[in-house]
Design a protein around this ligand. Structure first.
Ligand code: SF4
Length: 293
């Protein structure tokens, strides 16, 4: 029997991965737009449970090719714990080729280049990072816990170690009137970082978040639906990716597209702009509050 103590969230691309709980909750749990782990205090999973789960799966001769460590940001675990998990996976699950997890910029910067090299050699690959925005003032306002330059440093360290990564971006996070500015800032960082995968999600103002309070207090003006779609299209047109998959199919996204960059770049942007016509004007130009209720 596997040990799961917390809620399990995973990226859509991990549907065939072994979901192995390594942490419960998020070590930060402060980002203004996020309430995912408010009811789940952070704690590392006991190493005995992790080892027991890996050995249990190993005894059952399953065919998993990838392990995805579950929790808000399992890469926050100390290097030695991540190394031990990697060693156990290699020992007990010989078919597994890669190990991924959610990770923050701070989690990456807490590891030395040598440690990242060692984790890469153990199979760590495809880290899923909440980058959110390339604007420093927005990162600070949203209490993300890192600056743009720190993010750039983290992405460079991962690339140097040969650890591919996914960047998550939130369309509309800079608020009303700043969509194009956000798009260009995001594209500049993405062009430098060359992630394996980009996942974009439209901003939603969830009840129970600090962002919800900011909106109620008039301290944050949410963008309109039109601005969110135009921001995504502008972002795509400004990207210069060598080989990146773009995933914009999240259920929060008003127009859903995905494809390969650079070849599908203009097509995807055209689709987004054409999608604007599907909405009535009164919806397009009203500030989003909460798309899903
Ligand atoms: S956005 Fe990510 S890092 Fe921030 S609180 Fe939510 S799960 Fe934690």
């Amino acid at each position: 029997m596997m040990h799961y103590r917390g809620r399990v969230f995973r990226p859509p691309f991990e549907e065939n991965s072994l979901l192995l709980e390594a942490t419960v909750g998020c070590s930060r749990d402060k980002c203004a737009f996020c309430s995912l782990y408010h009811d789940t205090p952070f704690s590392p999973s006991p190493m005995e449970d992790i080892e027991s789960d890996i050995r249990f799966i190993g005894r059952n001769r399953t065919r998993f090719k990838r392990v995805f460590l579950v929790g808000g940001d399992p890469f926050t675990l100390p290097f030695k714990r991540l190394r031990r998990i990697g060693e156990l996976v290699n020992e007990c699950l010989p078919r597994v080729e890669t190990i991924g997890c959610y990770a923050s910029v701070r989690n990456v910067l807490a590891k030395t280049p040598e440690q990242l090299n060692e984790l890469a050699a153990l199979g760590y690959s495809g880290l899923n990072i909440g980058f959110e925005t390339g604007l420093d003032d927005v990162l600070a306002f949203m209490d993300k816990g890192n600056t743009v330059d720190e993010a750039r440093e983290a992405f460079a360290r991962l690339s140097d170690a040969g650890i591919p990564f996914t960047l998550n971006l939130v369309m509309g996070l800079a608020g009303a009137g700043r969509g194009i500015e956000n798009a260009l800032a995001n594209a500049a960082i993405v062009n430098e970082a060359q992630p394996q995968l980009i996942i974009v999600t439209a901003l939603n103002v969830w009840p129970g978040t600090k962002l919800h309070d900011y909106v109620e207090a008039g301290e944050f003006a949410p963008p309109t639906l039109r601005e969110i779609i135009e921001e995504e299209a502008a972002f795509l047109r400004a990207t210069e990716c060598n080989d990146t998959f773009f995933f914009g199919m999240h259920e929060l996204n008003p127009v859903r597209v995905n494809g390969n960059l650079p070849q599908d770049c203009d097509f995807l942007a055209d689709e987004l702009e054409a999608g604007i016509a599907r909405f009535p004007e009164h919806q397009l130009d009203a500030p989003i509050r909460q798309i899903m209720r």
